[in-house]
Write a protein that binds this ligand. Sequence first.
Ligand SMILES: [Zn+2]
Ligand SMILES: [Zn+2]
Length: 240
Amino acid sequence: MKVDLHNHTLLCNHATGTVNEYVEAAIACGTEYFGFSDHAPMRYDLEYRMSFEEMDLYEQWVKEAQERYKDKITVLLGYEVDYLPGYMDERVLKRSCDYLIGSVHFIDEWGFDNPEFIGRYDHVDMDEVYSRYFGLMEHMAKSGNFDIVGHFDLLKVFKFFPRSDIRLLAKNALKAIKKADMAIEINVSGLRKPVREAYPSQGLLEEIVSLDIPITFGSDAHRIDQVGLLLIFRHHTFNL
Ligand SMILES: [Zn+2]
Ligand SMILES: [Zn+2]
């Protein structure tokens, strides 16, 4: 089954392409289930996401595409939600949609995957930062609000790795994810970033498989031409 559940739209202000253009690209790649999960609104980091007022418009676009392309593809409606304690909003968490992806992009309000703030890596202990990051993942899972874990080891994006074994650092987060009955995505956006590998890494993926945690796939496309990368990756890595 060709599934691609993590994709953005121009509403988040850092992606291009209309909903229909993404769906048409997905159909051209032979995708069967294509989900939108644009960045949900939040009262923080406002410039990289839709506003609360735009949720209706976003959902209208996705629902129109569901109808328009229903003979060719199943289009799903989701959101990528930042797990950031103090900023969680019921208007997002209680929204009626197909799924919510829970992602950690902030550690203590530090946008660690934003190249603007890369200087901060010079002043931190990476083992501590990884512990803190996976601690947030664990809390995110325990909150019970989400269906899919977004880019599980995003913290490696700029090639800053922990000294300790990442499988140990991630252990409690994985346990909580399993208990919460969530899926973890294989997200290929890392291939476009300095780290040049998908999320999660091979070692973590082995842990995930041994815990029997379900897996889903995401292009994390922010441009139309990023929609097909996932399928090339799947073919080479899993021969699917
Ligand atoms: Zn984005
Ligand atoms: Zn993300």
